[in-house]
Design a protein around this ligand. Structure first.
Ligand SMILES: NC(=O)CC[C@H](N)C(=O)O
Length: 348
């Protein structure tokens, strides 16, 4: 007897086994990452989503806090073919529903055919199919979470590596992964982490060498204040961005973003650098993309699978952004040099 249900668009209900109880709703997405479940589950970019792992066994090397990317689990629920007790207990302690013993190949195929979709989850001894359907019917489109930044950002400025020898970085926290901060600190930067809605004056007070817009959940068009900072500082201070950061920078400088069919989520997304012609393997987690970079940004890197922009640059204005996650937690370390490049640009 099933004790968990996943309801997807079209009111289809899939039976499953409850691993952590509760009800939840969110945008149903999948990652093909085969390691890094702790990092993925604590990545703030997954806020308001339900994360399906296409890799069939999740939890086989335990749960260790040192691998967390933030202080809580961000997906609204987790779905896997088989979850170990370690992961199930962790998710239960976080109040995040989890289900397994369902055919995740079916879910992934459905998302690939129909696109990322709304879903509702109900798990536990007393739930019914109707509970999952009720959640589904309450689910909002990702773009309708208009103040999602408030759910994931710091409330007040945090300073890391104060007095560090390197560059001063103003990192706008739209839902930043912890390893973006540590990648900068490891390179001696003094990092001021600002709330997602920081003002021009807040940022000016630290006289930054680099304005850095972080990754984050949802639609980049809902991060207007970060875009205003980009408009204010472009040309005066070098600019960097990762994932949502690339999208915010592009939107602010005359470009356009759009929702993708089902996005890129995994740790082996191939990216070609158009200047060197080198291909690197990258970690990705995004559902929006830059559709038009505008006339200030050059596309310098593209995704080998679908040609979408993976890197935008302007050498005169000192801008470097990446759609993928160079901090590589989890994932291959091919692109860590990004942090040297942006800090080098900041130091010029
Ligand atoms: N990892 C991210 O920053 C994700 C960016 C954005 N929320 C997207 O889905 O495209």
């Amino acid at each position: 007897m099933a004790d968990a249900y996943v309801a997807i668009e079209g009111d289809r209900v899939i039976e499953a086994r409850a691993r952590a109880p509760g009800t939840a709703r969110g945008e149903l997405v999948f990652t093909t990452a085969y390691t890094g479940y702790e990092e993925s589950l604590t990545d703030p970019s997954y806020e308001e989503q339900v994360l399906t792992f296409s890799y069939p066994l999740i939890g086989n090397y335990g749960v260790r806090e040192e691998r967390f990317e933030s202080d809580r689990v961000h997906p609204r629920a987790a779905v896997a073919r088989e979850m170990t007790d370690d992961v199930a207990e962790w998710l239960e302690s976080e109040g995040v529903p989890a289900v397994d013993h369902l055919d995740t190949r079916d879910i992934v195929t459905e998302i690939r055919d129909e696109g990322a979709m709304k879903c509702g989850i109900a798990a536990g001894p007393d739930v019914t199919e109707q509970d999952a359907l009720d959640e589904l019917h309450e689910c909002k489109h990702m773009s309708d979470h208009t103040d999602i930044g408030a759910q994931v950002s710091v409330d007040e400025v945090e300073v890391h590596n104060e007095g560090g020898d390197g560059e001063t970085v103003a990192l706008v926290d739209c839902g930043a992964k912890g390893s973006i901060v540590s990648s900068l600190v490891e390179r001696d930067a003094e990092v001021h982490v600002f709330p997602y809605n920081a003002s021009e004056d807040d940022v000016a007070a630290v006289d930054p060498d680099l304005l850095f817009i972080s990754n984050g959940p949802g639609d980049p068009e809902n991060f207007e204040q970060a875009g205003e900072l980009v408009e204010t500082y472009v040309g005066d201070v070098p600019l960097a961005g990762i994932c949502l950061g690339q999208q915010v920078v592009a939107n602010a400088l005359g470009g356009e973003t759009e929702k993708m069919e089902f996005g890129h989520r995994g740790v082996n997304q191939p990216v070609r650098d158009l200047r060197s012609n080198q291909v690197v393997m990258t970690t990705q987690n995004h559902g929006y993309t830059v559709a038009d970079p505008g006339d200030k940004l050059d596309v310098t890197q593209i995704n080998v699978n679908d040609d979408t922009p993976e890197g935008l640059e302007n050498d005169d204005l000192n801008i470097i952004t990446r759609q993928y996650h160079p901090e590589a937690n989890p994932g291959p370390h091919d692109s860590l040099g990004f942090f040297d490049d942006v800090l080098g640009m900041a130091g010029e």
